[in-house]
Design a protein around this ligand. Sequence first.
Ligand SMILES: C[S@@+](CC[C@H](N)C(=O)[O-])C[C@H]1O[C@@H](n2cnc3c(N)ncnc32)[C@H](O)[C@@H]1O
Length: 198
Amino acid sequence: MNTAKPSQWPENVEYIFSIKYSKNVRPETLQALITKPNTATTVKHTPGPCPRVRIKSITDPSHPAHDQHGLFASQHLAPSTYIISYVGYLHTKDEADSESNYDLSLDRELGIGVDATKHGNEARFINDYRGISDSPNAEFRDIWVDMGGGKCEKRMGVYVLGAGRSGKKAKGIAKGEEILVSYGKGFWKERNKEAWDE
Ligand SMILES: C[S@@+](CC[C@H](N)C(=O)[O-])C[C@H]1O[C@@H](n2cnc3c(N)ncnc32)[C@H](O)[C@@H]1O
């Protein structure tokens, strides 16, 4: 088994390769989260540090996440390239931690989220573009990860914005550039940053 961790991985967070399922998820919900629709995009499971990204501490005082970390491209990433999937603790609405800064909705209809506060991979370090760049250069998409042996896992995958969606960012993400998504207005509204109303 691959036990390597990415450089700069924090000691208080468990580095995981696949989702950790809460025992409170109902069997029929769990079944829906591991049953891939025929037409869905599938990505092969790849355990271990992702070669396309690098976690870096943010030392620039003008960066709004100064003194935290961010995720950067370790090679040029072409438009629409799959980068990494978001893993963490998969939980029900009732178990959601309203204080978490790492909780991503996986399936709104099923009321399921994935929280990477205590367990996660490099994707937990992706910052929001606001105050850093004019626009995001990456986005979350629904994916299914083929775990082998006929098993699949529904996850959120991070992709480089496609040429159609990204305008001037159609060249993809350059080596060394920070990977930035939009967390959505709701994330910042809940944290009282009303000024970032876009
Ligand atoms: C999912 S974490 C991203 C990784 C985080 N920077 C870290 O080092 O663990 C989300 C948190 O990162 C910070 N963050 C992300 N994007 C930001 C932005 N554009 N401006 C200010 N803080 C940001 C906020 O503290 C937010 O609650």
